[in-house]
Design a protein around this ligand. Structure first.
Ligand code: DOR
Length: 435
């Protein structure tokens, strides 16, 4: 049940979509924002019916939209399930989570798409939006019934975890999906170039004696797909873009008006292949952590809007898949709960304007999958995050709500915390120590 009356008193409200950045009161009644403005709640704060949350230097921003998370249900619930995944999302400030199809069985049917949506609705919390498979069983051969999947709630299609390598299949996928106005989301990896690869191909992989995943394996797929998307006049989205070459190709494609978009993950913005030097399997991820010039390129591309959105690629794995030799470990790391605090570091260092960070977590991803964006304005459903930009906390297994703890940031102290999240007009997360 939505709270009858909630007052955020004297918060810094920031919503780049509305050019809003001001200290205001925000009033939420029956799950909707009803007042927003300087001192707008003056006569409400003494009301017995109101719950008043003092701003105390904190920010109120639109709730986040994640384009890319693996919640592992059905099939791998020992790593994560929809309930634990949504709890992690809420703790990270997300009101919407798009979930990938590489479940077991693969989400390539209406029945599984519907099951995911129904399961999430029965739990409550953030909204779940399936991204169904492009091809049956993610085998890269036969297309799925995209209209059925879209009608059941899928907001895009992707074989993420695998690349659609056949140009013919990708062409047909783009043409077919364009009938339903959903994006085709590519995991750009030419598997013939990455066979047996454990990490990025470069000086560090040579030093460690690990087989490398060359950048060009991403670049050739993005370049080919841009041409196919142009020919099909379809919407093409690059998942977890990680190389300077892919950023360059995307920039050029956009300048020619092709309907391409991309996302980048927090880990590709923050870490390089040097993180693998200690053979920490938490740093094994696909695409791999790249070199400093790639990190600089994806940061610049995010800052200038070439890369539209930030997506977590939250990929939970249990100790079974991670406490083993590097070559045996599964790729992936969790990211829902650390995304915003970690990326605030890029704002502080001057690498990313705050307004661009918020846009890349809210309006931009919502636009890509056709969802109404959370926004701070009167009449809007309350989907918002209360952030303490100064509060420090340490990433520990106890604090993480995800069932899996595979993050290279364990033990790290971060500055910035999500104190409260609202989704669909309800409070779905509140920090334990009281807000
Ligand atoms: O590191 C990754 N993990 N990359 C992917 O594309 C898939 C994901 C997973 O499902 O674990």
């Amino acid at each position: 049940m939505p709270l009858p009356l909630l007052v955020f008193r004297g918060v810094r409200a920031i919503d780049p979509a509305r050019s809003l950045d001001a200290v205001v009161d925000v009033v939420v009644e029956q799950g909707r924002i009803t007042r927003l403005g300087p001192n707008a709640a003056a006569e409400l704060v003494s009301s017995e019916k109101a719950r008043v949350i003092e701003g105390r230097g904190r920010w109120l921003v639109p709730a986040f939209v994640d384009l890319h998370a693996h919640l592992r249900e059905p099939g791998h619930e020992y790593k994560e399930d929809i309930e634990s995944g949504l709890a992690a999302a809420a703790a990270g400030g997300f009101a919407h989570v798009c979930v990938m199809a590489n479940t077991n069985p693969v989400n390539d049917t209406r029945a599984i798409t519907e099951m995911m949506v129904a399961r999430a609705r029965s739990i409550g919390g953030p909204s779940l939006h399936p991204i169904a498979a492009i091809t049956k069983g993610q085998k890269g051969e036969q297309l799925t019934e995209m209209k059925d999947l879209r009608d059941a709630g899928a907001v895009g299609v992707s074989d993420d975890g695998r690349c659609v390598t056949s140009s013919a299949v990708m062409r047909r996928a783009l043409e077919y999906a364009s009938n339903f106005d959903i994006p085709v989301i590519q995991h750009a990896e030419d598997h013939a170039l990455t066979e047996g690869a454990q990490m990025h191909e470069g000086a560090v992989s040579t030093r460690l004696g690990l087989r490398g995943w060359p950048r060009v394996a991403e670049d050739v797929i993005v370049a080919r797909d841009v041409l196919l998307a142009e020919a099909a006049r379809a919407r093409y989205h690059v998942a977890h873009l990680s190389t300077m070459g892919a950023a360059r190709i995307l920039r050029e494609a956009k300048s020619r008006g092709i309907r391409v978009t991309a996302e980048v993950t927090p880990h590709h913005l923050l870490l390089t292949d040097e993180a693998v030097l200690g053979y920490d399997t938490a740093c094994k991820v696909n695409p791999p952590l790249r070199e400093p010039e790639d990190v600089a390129a994806v940061r610049a591309a995010l800052a200038d809007g070439t890369i539209d959105a930030i997506a977590t690629d939250h990929a939970p794995h249990s100790p079974l898949e991670k406490d083993c030799e590097f070559a045996e470990a599964s790729p992936g790391l969790i990211g829902l709960e650390t995304c915003f605090p970690l990326l605030l570091g890029l704002v502080r260092s001057g690498d990313l304007p705050l307004a661009r960070l918020i846009d890349a977590l809210t309006a931009a991803p919502a636009r890509i999958v056709g969802l109404p964006s959370p926004t701070l304005k009167e009449e809007a459903v309350a989907e918002l995050v209360l952030v303490d930009p100064e509060k420090t906390w340490t990433v520990t297994p106890e604090r993480i709500r995800s069932k899996s703890k595979n993050t290279p940031f364990l033990g790290k102290e971060v500055r910035g915390s999500v104190d409260l999240t609202m989704a669909r007009g309800e409070i779905v997360f509140e920090a334990g120590e009281g807000v």
